[in-house]
Design a protein around this ligand. Structure first.
Ligand code: NIG
Ligand code: FE
Length: 411
């Protein structure tokens, strides 16, 4: 099947050479073709160019994108979109003055979601989760990483990962699964941390590996959750099964966790609301992608990742949603991009690079996703008529997306 999109006002993120990420000053550059065409054959981007070189239109479906921007779909490299129920009561409790930490210490937070998850059937979790996946696809997400971490029991974690596999099978979006058994210590292991880590290492991981349920491994490296040494044990164990680390770190406190993650060759370090100069040094010249989650900062009123400082230090940066029931009940990447521009002072070019090519890198798929490149997946967004792509973050909260193509098909 052939689809030819013509008269594209601006075709964004055109990369002829297959770069895997952009860093520092290069993030300010977003390659654009004005007055362009794009040819899709089956599930792939076959070719593109400016309208003066437009190919014959006889054997393909033609879409006229006059006045519209075309860009690659968002790559959301950090979500927890498989979960049961919601946490609306905690949302209201926080409005009334309780902190995220206080709620957790009362047995709420992650443990509240874990209780619900373990009480819900796999089919029911699948039905709830697929609605969220369908919603984010319509919002322009064409690739998504999904974590476990609300099971915290062998059965619960396996159940979540099986739901992720089912979503992978049923939907055309690229999905990467991350095992996050080390999300929080269950109440019965509060005083026996090594016992819970033994359970992760000796029982959960072998089963997950046997069923090939995960691509990556994660831990919540944070004061009151998993220490550096505990996280190292998790990363080490993951490595034995070929699971590279993507770690939650520096959300509330900076305890030199980033350095440890870089040493273990983590693919990404995520959150980074609190970042020290030492953290930045550790990331310089590494292969680890820092990932910011600005709508998490927005929702629970914590600092925003210091993007300017990091980009000026030459680092790359990716943007993701963190879609989860506690700290970010939204999977809308358009809002993430807008929030990054408005609150983190990222330019639209930097934010779009961070949400496409760098997001793809942070989930290990930048050879197939994240840019308009011949041979990559035909995952594209066609906007409504706009003045320019600046309007995407400017009109925050508006839906400016007209059509989303995933693997060559309009959804
Ligand atoms: O990324 N910080 C750790 N995990 C999630 C929140 C989990 C929850 O509250 O359910 C996050 O923000
Ligand atoms: Fe998260």
């Amino acid at each position: 099947m052939k689809t030819l999109i013509i008269n594209i006002k601006e075709l964004l993120q055109v990369r002829n050479t297959n770069i895997t990420k952009v860093s520092g000053k290069d993030m300010a550059h977003l390659p654009i073709l004005n007055n362009a065409w794009l040819l899709i054959i089956d599930d792939l981007i076959a070719d593109f160019g400016t309208m003066d070189t437009c190919p014959a239109q006889d054997d393909c479906e033609v879409i006229d994108a006059s006045g519209r921007t075309v860009l690659p779909t968002w790559c959301d490299s950090h979500t927890h979109l498989v979960y049961a129920g919601n946490r609306v009561q905690e949302f209201v409790d926080r409005i009334n003055g309780l902190s995220y930490e206080e709620i957790f210490n009362r047995g709420g937070g992650i443990l509240n979601s874990a209780k619900k998850l373990n009480e819900t059937s796999e089919d029911d979790i699948y039905e709830q989760s697929k609605q969220r996946l369908e919603e984010v696809m319509k919002q322009g997400t064409g690739a998504v990483e999904i974590k476990s971490g609300y099971g915290l029991t062998v059965e619960g974690e396996l159940k979540m990962l099986r739901v992720i596999q089912r979503l992978k099978k049923e939907y055309p979006v690229a999905i990467k699964a991350t095992f996050l058994g080390a999300h929080a210590f269950p109440a019965e292991y509060k005083e026996n941390h090594s016992g819970y880590i033994d359970l992760i290492v000796n029982e959960m991981l072998p089963k997950i590996a046997e069923e090939k349920l995960a691509d990556y491994i994660d831990a919540f490296l944070e004061t009151g959750y998993f220490s550096i040494d505990e996280t190292k044990r998790i990363m080490e164990a993951g490595k034995k099964y070929g699971l590279q680390a993507k770690i939650h770190v520096n959300q509330f406190t900076a305890i030199s966790g980033i350095e440890a993650c870089v040493k273990y060759d983590a693919l990404s370090v995520d959150h980074l609301e609190v970042v020290t100069d030492e953290d930045i040094k550790a990331l310089q010249n590494s292969n680890t992608m820092p990932v910011a989650l600005p709508t998490c900062s927005f929702f629970i009123s914590i600092p925003y990742t210091p993007a300017r400082k990091m980009i000026e230090a030459g680092l790359p940066l990716a943007l993701a949603t963190d879609f989860n029931p506690g700290t970010t009940p939204s999977g809308n990447m358009n809002l993430v991009v807008a929030t990054a521009c408005i609150k983190m002072k990222m330019t639209p070019e930097e934010a779009i690079n961070a949400a496409t090519i760098n997001g793809a890198y942070a989930m290990g798929i930048s050879d197939t996703h994240g840019s308009i490149t011949k041979g990559k997946k035909a995952n594209i967004i066609i906007t409504q008529p706009v003045t320019s792509y600046y309007q995407l973050p400017y009109a925050f909260g508006s839906n400016l997306i007209e059509t989303v193509f995933i693997e060559g098909k309009a959804i």
